[in-house]
Design a protein around this ligand. Structure first.
Ligand code: SF4
Ligand code: SF4
Length: 426
């Protein structure tokens, strides 16, 4: 589900989006201690701590200027098309556990928490961006989302992108290209704007620039020791892409990180490659558990990590819509079959980021990631020679102690292997 860095919780009825206090995750004293903040990132962290407010201000100003707000819920939805229509694409995915109970009045409880939380926001009207949205662009990814969208569409304007699920099939590409054409035409018709190739190229350039900066920041985690934590990196993103002030912060953060000495305190930590479902705002509990128990997440393969930003769109393509279709259909989500691209990406990230272990996060009732976890485990253990841990959980903190124990056991295995390797050398 969506990896757009969702950070909801802004007031539905005011101009000030309040800071989000998450009652689910009281800080517990972890054995290894949480990693301290990275001084080089302090200005950017301070900026992005107010990200919801910045997005709220930008959306309010855009709305006042007559620009449409378009809600998106998945990384398959090309933000470039919305931007080329003069709109502001805003991620609507829910990470708040408190929105799950209202959702369960309608949806089955045995459903992914991300879907339930998103739908809970819809029912309670608590997401100002959803309330502002002139259109929601949904997509046919997993079954739970598809059916939830039907209910949401009863009272919200919605366009559903039909996503082909056999990415290697040439017919699938032509079908997907046709879907993007339909979305372009729908946006143009609805908002009274001609989406020309030049407008599209401008949006592609903007998104490429932002992707490149975020990719470069994530790439600094290849270093030993890494210059910041996975949680810090996760917090450097926005609900709305390409806000100029955010882009300036990414640039400044990159320069500051490159000028700063490495984080010696992160040197002894277990380097983790985190894969699986997206870690949306207010659902970062497992990231914090990993990094509070001796780990540092050097690579996030998921949709809130590198997966959606690892590839750009060809800015010079003669047909920019076709170039968009190519980039987006390459996204290796578990809803695809087969999903070889994800295995390739994991191999590549393991070589680049040199993790000591692979941890897979699966939201409860996410069948596609859950079934695919078998392949990821085999890849990690047999092909990459890395210890692997699968964590299946939801947004409730009730299993935090159990998860922490399993993470500690994994890290013990890593340390035992490292010690055995050292003793063989000496
Ligand atoms: S994990 Fe799949 S369904 Fe979820 S945002 Fe990513 S691409 Fe979309
Ligand atoms: S079930 Fe899986 S693919 Fe669907 S929304 Fe949840 S995490 Fe995403």
């Amino acid at each position: 589900m969506s990896g757009c860095g969702c950070r909801h919780g802004a007031a539905a009825d005011g101009t000030r989006a309040p800071a989000i206090a998450d009652p689910r995750c009281p800080p517990a004293p972890p054995p290894a201690g949480p990693a301290a903040a990275s001084p080089a990132l302090a200005p950017a962290m301070a900026w992005f701590a107010d990200m919801v407010q910045h997005c709220y201000d930008a959306a309010t100003a855009a709305k006042a200027a007559g620009r449409p707000i378009v809600g998106i819920l998945c990384e398959y939805t090309p933000r470039e098309l919305v931007m080329a229509a003069g709109g502001l694409p805003v991620c609507l995915c829910g990470g708040d556990v408190r929105k799950i109970a209202p959702a369960e009045e309608v949806l089955p409880s045995n459903l992914c928490p991300l879907i339930k939380s998103t739908f809970g926001y819809h029912l309670t009207g608590a997401n100002p961006f959803l309330e502002m949205a002139d259109l929601v662009v949904a997509e046919t990814t997993c079954d739970g989302k598809k059916k939830m969208y039907e209910l949401m569409a009863e009272s919200r304007p919605m366009h559903v992108l039909e996503l082909p699920q056999k990415p290697g099939d040439p017919a699938a590409f032509e079908r997907w290209l046709d879907e993007l054409r339909r979305l372009r035409d729908e946006l143009g018709r609805r908002f009274g704007v001609g989406i020309t190739d030049d407008r599209l190229r401008g949006a592609i350039r903007g998104m490429n620039r932002e992707r490149a900066l975020r990719r470069a920041l994530a790439g600094r985690m290849r270093r030993t020791p890494p210059p910041f934590t996975g949680r810090e990196l996760l917090d450097l993103k926005s609900l709305i892409s390409c806000l100029p002030a955010d882009v300036a912060q990414y640039e400044a953060a990159l320069a500051a990180v490159d000028a700063a000495p490495g984080r010696a305190d992160l040197a002894g930590r277990v380097r983790v490659l985190l894969t699986g479902v997206p870690v949306v705002h207010m659902a970062e509990r497992v990231v914090d558990l990993i990094e509070s128990h001796g780990g540092v997440i050097v690579c996030m393969e998921n949709c809130t990590g590198l997966k959606p930003i690892v590839e750009d769109v060809d800015e010079n393509a003669s047909d920019p819509l076709r170039a968009l279709a190519e980039k987006y259909l390459h996204l290796p989500c578990s809803v695809m079959t087969p999903n070889e691209g994800r295995m390739d990406l994991l191999r590549r990230f393991a070589a680049d980021y040199r993790p000591d272990a692979v941890i897979e996060l699966v939201w409860q009732a996410c069948l596609t990631y859950d079934v695919e976890s078998h392949r990821v485990k085999r890849l990690a253990e047999s092909d990459l020679g890395l210890p692997y841990l699968r964590i299946e959980t939801d947004y409730s903190p009730s299993d935090s102690a159990r998860i922490a124990l399993r993470v500690e056991a994994l890290f013990e295995t890593v340390r035992a292997r490292q010690a055995a390797r050292e003793s063989t050398k000496s």
